[in-house]
Design a protein around this ligand. Structure first.
Ligand code: NAD
Ligand code: WQD
Length: 346
């Protein structure tokens, strides 16, 4: 029996595949490579010494997905596949709703057809929208403020209906805070297309000389230094959280949401300082206007995951910066160059 990992070639997917393989799971990956490079999965094989089936298939291709389920014995699904850019979702909302929501519905249809009803879903802290009360608990009202966030909220609601109609389903909705960092081997990491939207990839591209200076969006927030505060979590901690959620869905029924963060908030200036300290590189920056849609502060209450998933993050911001830097320094062009791979993809 295997775990189907949708979107397994992406940033969080690859790190989770490594942890799954290291724990002895068999995996099957499906990805359309719309936001990833097959090279990432070769690196997963290289790190773990294991090969696994990879299907270049779109979740919207129901026939293709059905064939995958027919060919492999799937016991549970970890569903990462989705589009994730907030700004892009504002420009092309129909595409986001189609890809993320229809993709999930088709996945559920095929799962139902094959009697597979254990699912771990990648949700996001973005479902909470902008809220004042910190830390954020899972029962906080959901008020996503952009189409991307609304796809996550709507999918959560759809999955609740699915479980209500058939209580044999077991689903974990994982609301990630701000995943950063990379595998400590330096072989896999975040590989954004074009100009990074997110803080850590931007900082590391400045450090490696690809970008001149960081723009810090706002220095007049009501925070300790005026810059925005977020709950950054090491991607390996996040990946391990999926294994604990998988154990939970395989031993219970029902649906529940869990925050995956560290419970600690760091400001943009604190992240810049941590990165400079760890790497010895200076990060030039200038203050710019606030970015529309940004909240001043956002960090998780992580007690539910600790209690019910028996999971908590253990890696601090220095480790997050160190691993980001190793990945960025050794792969300045992400997966695009460095095609000297030895392990073949099965
Ligand atoms: P990513 O873009 O690196 O990975 C997503 C993968 O899904 C990519 O490999 C992409 O090619 C694939 N994909 C997209 N649509 C597909 C489709 N229709 N069929 C098949 N494959 C498809 O993103 P990530 O950072 O690894 O995020 C994984 C999941 O976690 C996403 O659902 C994202 O919304 C969610 N999430 C990410 C973050 C973050 O900051 N990275 C935070 C919260 C939630
Ligand atoms: C962090 C802080 C910025 C870039 C996003 C998505 C969210 C989730 C995680 C998927 C903020 C500041 C950033 C820069 C800056 N993704 N910043 N200069 O916005 O908390 O969350 O990723 O679900 O949905 O919205 O993360 O890394 O973009 O920003 O000053 O060039 O860094 O203003 O305070 P964010 P981020």
């Amino acid at each position: 029996m295997a775990i189907l990992v949708t979107g397994g070639a992406g940033y969080i997917g690859t790190h989770t595949c490594v942890e799954l393989l290291n724990e002895g799971y068999d995996i099957v990956v499906v990805d359309n490579f719309s936001n990833s490079n097959p090279q990432s999965l070769r690196r997963v094989s290289e790190i773990t010494g294991k090969s696994f089936p990879i299907y270049e298939t779109d979740l919207l291709d129901k026939e293709g997905l059905t064939e995958i389920f027919a060919e492999s014995k799937i016991e549970a699904v970890i569903h990462f596949a989705g589009l994730k850019s907030v700004g892009e979702s504002v420009s092309i909302p129909i595409h986001y709703y189609q890809n993320n929501i229809t993709g999930t519905i088709i996945l559920c249809e095929v799962m139902q057809q094959f009697g597979v009803n254990n699912l771990v879903f990648s949700s996001s802290a973005t479902v909470y929208g902008i809220t004042d009360k910190m830390p954020i608990l899972e029962n906080t009202a959901l008020r996503a403020i952009n189409p991307y966030g609304r796809t996550k909220h709507m999918i959560e609601e759809i999955l609740r209906d699915v479980t209500f109609a058939d209580p044999s389903w077991s689903i974990a909705l994982l609301r990630y805070f701000n995943p950063i960092g990379a595998h400590e081997s330096g072989r896999i990491g975040e590989d954004p297309n074009g100009i990074p939207n997110n803080l850590m990839p931007y900082i590391s591209q400045v450090a490696v000389g690809k970008r001149k200076q960081l723009q810090i969006f706002g220095n007049d927030y009501p925070t300790r230094d005026g810059t925005g505060i977020r709950d950054y979590i090491h991607v390996t901690d996040l990946a391990i959280g999926h294994l604990r959620a998988l154990e939970k869905v395989q031993t219970s029924t029902g649906i529940d949401a869990f925050n995956l963060g560290t419970g600690k908030g760091y400001s943009v200036l604190e992240m810049v300082a941590a990165f400079e300290k760890v790497t010895g590189e200076l990060i030039p920056y200038r203050f710019a206007d606030r970015r529309p849609g940004d909240s001043s502060i956002c960090y998780a209450d992580v007690n539910k995951a600790k209690k019910e998933l028996h999971w908590q993050a253990t890696r601090g911001i220095e480790k997050m910066c160190e691993d980001t830097w190793r990945w960025q320094g050794e792969n300045p062009n992400g997966y695009k160059k460095n095609r000297n791979q030895k392990t073949p993809v099965q």
